[in-house]
Ligand binder design. Structure first.
Ligand code: SAM
Length: 359
């Protein structure tokens, strides 16, 4: 199995070649089966660029259902027991797809609504403007409980509040939208990276493999790479494969969120206090001040310990002593003066870490 590659061909055939229980996350954006009968025109008689591609055409609902059953069955086979799957669709197909998924044994964890902040108007004025798509996030089955959900990371991503299942995100436009030779859209249904960012950030770990059986312009691969995950794409149109490859090869920078997992687990932040002295972010002899409610100050010694009222110890030990608690996170307890501002020493630690990362 080649990670970070695009497999050309039909997704059912290509999925069959992948080993079972090998994929951490699947994101699928299958044909919508829109059933468009006639071209759609705006009031000024210009033609609307809808989804009228041949890859979206099926002769009947039965044919569409058969196709969806085939690719979803293979997805379930290749998915790890600890994995999960996201399938996105509009009202045209998501209910059929959801029904098939349930029949195959998948277990719905959330139905996320993508609320499009800039939807295409309803030009005929005969229905409400359609401004949503649905993402079904599912585990392999009811008893498969070991799926990943990065609750803390998503809360942090959402500014400290739990994220809800309604995501307000604009359609993919501007610089992000890939253009064809005539300057028009290179692909009719390119998804916004923000959507995939939430999907991948919330339900994978760094280094996991994300599979997308309907790769299109490679949005899943692009975001997986930016989040330091691996990807496998399947796409049957050579034109889109070339676009996606070019797009992903051009990515040279990562999303900062790619490192959040390590930060959350504390691995990356394990910096001995004396390193800040060595790096001259703090000098021996300077004073540290305790958090506001404790009117206390301690001297920094050259060995990275603190001296407080004839006692010496680490930033954590002296912090605990002052608070009369069994333990203390000294990084979040001690302040130091920088100019006329008091700065939490944790900020100096972050400064050191960022310099180390070259950010
Ligand atoms: C809705 S689009 C996916 C767009 C993609 N998420 C993006 O952001 O660019 C569906 C894609 O699946 C491809 N496709 C349709 N049927 C397929 C099949 N049987 N096997 C592989 N690819 C297929 C189409 O060519 C199209 O690019």
């Amino acid at each position: 199995m080649r990670v970070n590659s695009i497999l050309p061909g039909d997704c059912v055939e290509e999925l069959k070649k992948l080993p079972e229980n090998s994929i951490d996350l699947i994101f699928a954006d299958p044909p919508y089966n829109m059933q468009l009968k006639n071209a759609l025109y705006r009031p000024d008689n210009t033609k609307v660029n809808g989804v009228d591609d041949t890859w979206d055409r099926f002769s009947s609902f039965a044919e569409y259902d058969e196709f969806c059953t085939a690719w979803l069955r293979e997805c379930r086979r290749v998915l790890k027991d600890s994995g999960s799957i996201w399938v996105i669709g509009s009202y045209h197909n998501i209910f059929r797809v959801g029904n098939i998924m349930l029949n195959l044994g998948f277990w719905i964890l959330n139905d996320v609504t993508w609320h499009k902040t800039n939807p295409m108007p309803n030009f005929l004025g005969k229905r409400f403007t359609n401004a949503t798509e649905t993402l079904l996030w599912c585990a392999k089955g009811e008893s498969y409980k070991k799926y990943i959900f990065n609750h803390k990371i998503m809360k942090r991503y959402n500014g400290g509040k739990q994220m809800t299942s309604v995501w307000r995100i604009g359609l993919c436009t501007g610089e992000e939208r890939l253009k064809g030779e005539n300057g028009g859209k290179a692909h009719s249904t390119q998804k916004p990276e923000e959507l995939l960012k939430r999907v991948i950030l919330s339900t994978t770990k760094r280094g996991d493999i994300v599979l997308d059986p309907f790769f299109g312009t490679g949005t899943t691969g692009a975001v997986a790479k930016k989040l330091k995950r691996g990807y496998i794409g399947i796409e049957k149109e050579p034109e889109y494969i070339a676009l996606a490859k070019n797009r992903i090869d051009g990515i040279k920078t990562f999303f900062p969120e790619a490192d959040w997992e390590e930060e959350e687990t504390g691995k990356r932040n394990r910096v001995p206090f004396e390193v800040l002295l060595r790096e001259r972010l703090i000098q021996a002899g300077e004073q540290l001040y305790a958090r506001k409610t404790y009117n206390a100050a301690a001297f920094v010694l050259s060995n990275g310990k603190l001296e407080y009222k004839n006692q010496t110890g680490s930033i954590h030990k002296i912090g605990a002593l002052i608070q009369r608690t069994p333990s203390c996170n000294g990084w979040k307890f001690w302040y130091i003066m920088r100019g006329d501002k008091s700065v939490l020493i944790d900020e100096l630690r972050n400064e050191y870490l960022q310099g180390k990362r070259g950010i």
